[in-house]
Design a protein around this ligand. Structure first.
Ligand SMILES: NC(=O)c1ccc[n+]([C@@H]2O[C@H](COP(=O)([O-])OP(=O)(O)OC[C@H]3O[C@@H](n4cnc5c(N)ncnc54)[C@H](OP(=O)(O)O)[C@@H]3O)[C@@H](O)[C@H]2O)c1
Length: 245
């Protein structure tokens, strides 16, 4: 059976999560990929660059509506996925532009905004940072004028890939608060970090970062039946074997 090629645009696709998604999707012949990035360096990447081995084109953008619309239209993107992790103030304007650009095209009918974390079904207002940023976007998504873009809010789980690649591995072990203290000293921003830590603690203590057990088991059975899952212990052993920690 032949499949129509799907063109998937990954906004922020050069980031940590984006790289894994890119790697996985590029191995599937049903997809070609478009990576959106603000970077015009390295290698003075001023125009689209295509890697024919992986069917992936990297295109610089400033995330204005006109730039996004031009990219989505030219590439005939069918799905737009955001993996952007940005300052809170940038989240809504960026994602409003992404959604609007998709809505204005003929081809791009699916959108996954950059949520990726937390039990937003039970705790839509936690973390507070998410209530300030992601929650207003959820409202826009739910109340779109026609034509509508189909959207998915995706939580990839309690813990994503924390085994760092060897070249960027962190050899500093400690508690979350110790790490925050180091960052606080480095950036000299005690107030905003204190707030961020308090919000993260509230988010965790409330259970809003946990995966709801029944729903998770149902999704595992429904979407990933037969797939081998790695336990935390196995992950650590593998990371140790591969010299990633
Ligand atoms: N569930 C979990 O355990 C968990 C853990 C970590 C992260 N997450 C979530 O997963 C998503 C991806 O995280 P990540 O760690 O992969 O992110 P990341 O690597 O820190 O950033 C992803 C990309 O965002 C782009 N970006 C940053 N600031 C921007 C701005 N102002 N405007 C436009 N683009 C900007 C950058 O792309 P360019 O420089 O190429 O433009 C960057 O490569 C986020 O929503 C994050 O909150 C979830």
């Amino acid at each position: 059976m032949t499949h129509e090629l799907q063109v998937i645009a990954l906004a922020g696709g050069k980031g940590d999560l984006g790289q894994y998604l890119q790697e996985a999707l590029s191995q599937d012949p049903r997809y070609s990929l478009v990576i959106l990035t603000r970077q015009i360096n390295p290698s003075t990447l001023k125009s689209p660059h295509t890697d024919t081995n992986t069917n992936t084109t990297t295109i610089p953008t400033d995330y204005t509506l006109s730039s996004l619309l031009s990219i989505l239209t030219t590439t005939q993107a069918t799905t737009l996925i955001s993996l952007i992790r940005c300052p809170d103030a940038d989240y809504l304007p960026l994602h409003t532009s992404l959604l609007e650009a998709a809505r204005l095209t003929q081809s791009c009918t699916r959108f996954i905004p950059s949520e990726w974390a937390g039990d937003i079904a039970s705790f839509p207002d936690l973390s507070r940072a998410y209530a300030r940023t992601r929650a207003p976007l959820r409202g826009l998504l739910a109340n779109q004028p026609c034509p509508k873009v189909e959207y998915t809010l995706f939580n990839h789980g309690w813990c994503m890939e924390f085994s760092c690649p060897r070249q960027s591995r962190i050899d500093d072990w400690g508690t979350f608060n110790q790490m925050a203290e180091t960052l606080e000293r480095f950036y000299d921003q005690p107030e905003s970090l204190e707030l961020a830590i308090a919000e993260a603690e509230e988010w965790t203590v409330s259970g809003a970062t946990a995966c709801p057990k029944e729903k998770t088991l149902w999704q595992r059975e429904t979407y990933f039946a037969g797939m081998q899952f790695t336990t935390v212990k196995q992950l650590l052993q593998q990371a140790e074997r591969e010299e990633r920690v």
